[in-house]
Design a protein around this ligand. Structure first.
Ligand SMILES: NC(=O)c1ccc[n+]([C@@H]2O[C@H](COP(=O)([O-])OP(=O)(O)OC[C@H]3O[C@@H](n4cnc5c(N)ncnc54)[C@H](O)[C@@H]3O)[C@@H](O)[C@H]2O)c1
Length: 354
């Protein structure tokens, strides 16, 4: 019998998404509809307009305004959660308690580090496979970089550097990717400074304007990050520096290039036209998650890898709050950036009208 898949949150399909809405559920559904053993059976959205458009697009009959009613009546095997981060915890907990065997939730995990930890512990209790959509692991450029690392082409990995708009929203992918490159090793401390002079929100969450962070991995690899205005200091998506050379992703030279200290010539790896972003990575990620779910194994999108990245994000913000280096996992449950805004410690100016 086919696995029943249901959706919580659909969004409004647009030509191009913004930090107020990408309608990620469409990318999930595009994946499920290619998987023979999965049938998309139900949708829940508080917006009847969004929900109905999604149902019409994918010929799904059951639409609910209330996701709890959907979980109770449909009892889906798989639940895709494509709502904003502050809603993820309750929805994951409710879906797991309602008996879903697999949950595929959008990143970032949650709006607080405590919520992220709670989701993992409830899913362990309920024997539910919880995944997060850090889909870039399935891109040929990123996979190609991992292969070069595994083959020792740049010798022993010594440092991973990356740049992005912010630590939390896009940064969630980049922390996850750095951890993938470093074989899911954990960081034991972080030191970070941030600047938050102008209000900036991604899917309802504050994101810093600029950060500079240094984290230390337990295996002595360094993890260096620049976000926002200083991102140009690391002029590529990720850089892996080893004892024998360097790999760069998303530099001006191409999607994946590397050179060794020998003759120093940059070599471009053929990624079959794949760059940093493609929706097909999500299709591969979800297909792999479902196939692992069917065999009782875990895909690399698993909640433990996502939590590893999430602990690092919040540790960076906590370091900025304490004006000190912090150990990871950090002994907080909240969201330090939001807390600093709420307390008046940070007072970002309202974003000018566009
Ligand atoms: N993986 C990626 O590369 C990537 C890219 C963009 C966004 N995202 C993430 O995807 C998530 C969803 O973002 P989006 O842009 O798809 O959102 P969106 O705004 O396009 O859609 C969210 C939907 O959730 C619905 N909703 C809100 N509250 C609800 C509730 N209580 N019950 C049911 N439905 C509810 C809304 O009505 C809306 O239709 C966010 O966490 C975002 O960070 C991930």
């Amino acid at each position: 019998m086919a696995l029943k898949a249901a959706f919580i949150g659909t969004g409004k399909k647009r030509e191009k998404g913004t930090l107020d809405g990408y309608a990620m559920a469409y990318t999930h559904a595009d994946a499920y509809r290619t998987i023979e053993d999965v049938e998309m059976v139900a949708v829940a959205d508080i917006s009847a307009e969004n929900g109905q458009a999604f149902c019409d697009y994918y010929s799904i009959e059951s639409l609910y305004p209330d996701y709890s009613a959907m979980l109770a009546e449909v009892k889906p095997d798989i639940v895709s959660i494509c709502t904003w981060p502050h809603l993820h915890e309750q929805m994951v907990v409710d879906a797991a308690r309602a008996g879903a065997g697999m949950i595929y939730c959008e990143k970032p995990m949650a709006s607080t580090v405590g919520a992220a930890r709670n989701m993992v512990s409830v899913c362990e209790e309920e024997d539910c496979q919880l995944y997060f959509n850090h889909q870039r692991r399935y891109g040929k450029s990123f996979g190609g970089a991992k292969k070069l690392l595994d083959e020792g082409v740049i010798g022993q990995l010594e440092r991973i550097e990356w740049s992005a708009g912010n630590l939390y929203d896009y940064g969630s992918h980049n922390f996850d990717m750095a951890n993938y490159f470093n074989n899911e090793t954990k960081c034991d401390w972080a030191i970070c400074q941030i600047d938050y002079r102008e209000e900036s929100l991604a899917f309802g969450q504050h994101i810093e304007n600029q950060a500079l962070a240094l984290l230390h991995y337990e295996n002595d690899v360094w993890h260096v990050i620049m976000t926002g205005e200083g991102a140009g200091a690391i002029p590529c998506h990720h850089r892996c520096v080893g004892s024998e050379g360097v790999i760069e992703l998303g530099s001006a030279r191409g999607a994946l290039t590397y050179r060794t200290w020998g003759d120093g010539t940059w070599i471009e790896v053929d990624t079959e036209g794949e760059g940093m972003h493609l929706n097909s990575y999500i299709e591969r990620a979800i297909t792999d998650a479902v196939s692992n779910f069917q065999t009782g194994t875990w895909s690399m999108m698993n909640m433990y890898n996502a939590l590893n990245a999430t602990e690092q994000i919040f540790a960076c913000w906590e370091s900025a709050r304490r004006r000190a280096r912090v150990d990871i996992p950090v002994d907080i449950d909240d969201n330090p950036l939001s807390a600093m805004v709420d307390s008046g410690d940070l007072q970002p100016a309202p974003k000018p009208a566009e």
